[in-house]
Design a binder for this molecule. Structure first.
Ligand SMILES: NC(=O)c1ccc[n+]([C@@H]2O[C@H](COP(=O)([O-])OP(=O)(O)OC[C@H]3O[C@@H](n4cnc5c(N)ncnc54)[C@H](OP(=O)(O)O)[C@@H]3O)[C@@H](O)[C@H]2O)c1
Length: 262
C-alpha cells in the first residue's frame, strides 16, 4: 500500500503530539505544525528515529493570517497530497468575558475557529477530488453547553463541532470523512498555558492523550461524525444535550469554581 500522509497542527505537545505519535506508528509520513521551531525540530527527529517515517515541519502561528496561509498552501499542493488533516491547535483563556480584551478574544477565535475553517477549506476540495481523505477537528465536550460561565471558549468549540458535522454530511458520499473529536479534561499543557488552576479537578475526570487519540481514530474509521471518547464524558454529553436548559444553567452557576476554574 502507498504511504499515507498526515498533517497535524499543534503537534509538539498534548493531544497533537499524541496524534503525531499514533499516525507515525501506523506508518503515515507527517507534516507537523506549531510555533516553536526548535521544539518542532526535536519532535520531528524523534518521530523519524522511532517510526522511520518522513517528517516535515512548518513553524507557523495559526492565529495569524500568514501562519494559516503557509499551512493552507502546503495542504493545497497537488504534488504532495495530505490524506489526514488533524486541526488540533487551540487555546483557552482564563479571563471571564467581562474582563477580557478584544485582542485576546480575537486571538482565540482566529486559532480555534478561523484556522480550522481555513485549513479545512484548503484540504477538502483535493480530498473530494481524490475521493479519499479524512479531517479530524479537535473540539471539546465544553462545546455542548454553557458549562463554564463567563468563558467564551465553549462557544468556539460549539462552532467546531457544528461545523464539522455539517461539512461531514456534505462530503460523506465522496468517500471523505470529517469528524469532531470532543474530549473532556486531558492531561496536557493546555490549562497551564491558559493559567487555569485545575488543582481541584478530581483524578477520575482526567483522560490520557494517547488513549484519547486511539479511541478517536477508531471512531473516525467507524464513520462517526462526532466522537466523545470515554463513557463518563458520553454520559455528561448526553446530559448536556437532553436535560432541560434551565436546570443545566443552574448547575453550571452552582459548580462554578468547584472543578478548578476561577
Ligand atoms: N487538554 C484538555 O483538557 C482539552 C480538552 C478538550 C479539548 N481540548 C482541545 O485539544 C486541542 C489541543 O489541546 P492540548 O490540550 O493538547 O494543548 P497543549 O498541550 O497546550 O498543546 C497545544 C499545541 O498547540 C500549539 N499551538 C498553540 N498555539 C498555537 C498557535 N497560535 N499556532 C500554532 N500552534 C499553536 C502548541 O505549540 P506552540 O506553543 O509551539 O505553538 C502545542 O503544540 C485544543 O484544540 C484544545 O482546545 C483540550
Amino acid at each position: 500500500m502507498a504511504t499515507r500522509s498526515a498533517l497535524v497542527t499543534g503537534a509538539t505537545a498534548g493531544i497533537g503530539a499524541a496524534f503525531a505519535r499514533r499516525l507515525a506508528q501506523e506508518g503515515h509520513d507527517l507534516v507537523i505544525v506549531a510555533r516553536d521551531a526548535a521544539r518542532l525540530d526535536r519532535n520531528a527527529a524523534q518521530l523519524r528515529t522511532q517510526h522511520g517515517v518522513q517528517v516535515d515541519v512548518i513553524p507557523a502561528d495559526l492565529a495569524t493570517d500568514d501562519g494559516q496561509e503557509s499551512v493552507a498552501v502546503r495542504l493545497q499542493d497537488p504534488n504532495r497530497p495530505v490524506d489526514v488533516l488533524v486541526n488540533n491547535a487551540g487555546l483557552s483563556l482564563n479571563t471571564p468575558f467581562l474582563r477580557s480584551s478584544v485582542e485576546r478574544e480575537t486571538e482565540m477565535l482566529n486559532l480555534n475557529v478561523h484556522a480550522v475553517m481555513r485549513l479545512t477549506l484548503a484540504a477538502l476540495p483535493g480530498m473530494v477530488e481524490r475521493r479519499h481523505g479524512a479531517i479530524v477537528n479537535v473540539s471539546s465536550v465544553a462545546g455542548f453547553g454553557a458549562a463554564m460561565p463567563g468563558s467564551t471558549y465553549p462557544a468556539t468549540k460549539a462552532w467546531v463541532t457544528n461545523f464539522s458535522e455539517s461539512v461531514a454530511l456534505s462530503v460523506a458520499t465522496f468517500g471523505v470523512r470529517v469528524m469532531a473529536l470532543c474530549p473532556g479534561y486531558v492531561r496536557t499543557e493546555f490549562h497551564q498555558r491558559a493559567g487555569i488552576n485545575m488543582s481541584k479537578t478530581p483524578n477520575w475526570m482526567w483522560l490520557d492523550a494517547d488513549e484519547l487519540v486511539q479511541d478517536g481514530l477508531r471512531d473516525l474509521r467507524r464513520g462517526k461524525v462526532v466522537s466523545v471518547p470515554n463513557w463518563k464524558y458520553k454520559v455528561a454529553v448526553f446530559g448536556l444535550r437532553h436535560l432541560p436548559r434551565p436546570l443545566l444553567q443552574r448547575v453550571a452557576r452552582d459548580t462554578r469554581g468547584r472543578i478548578g476554574r476561577d
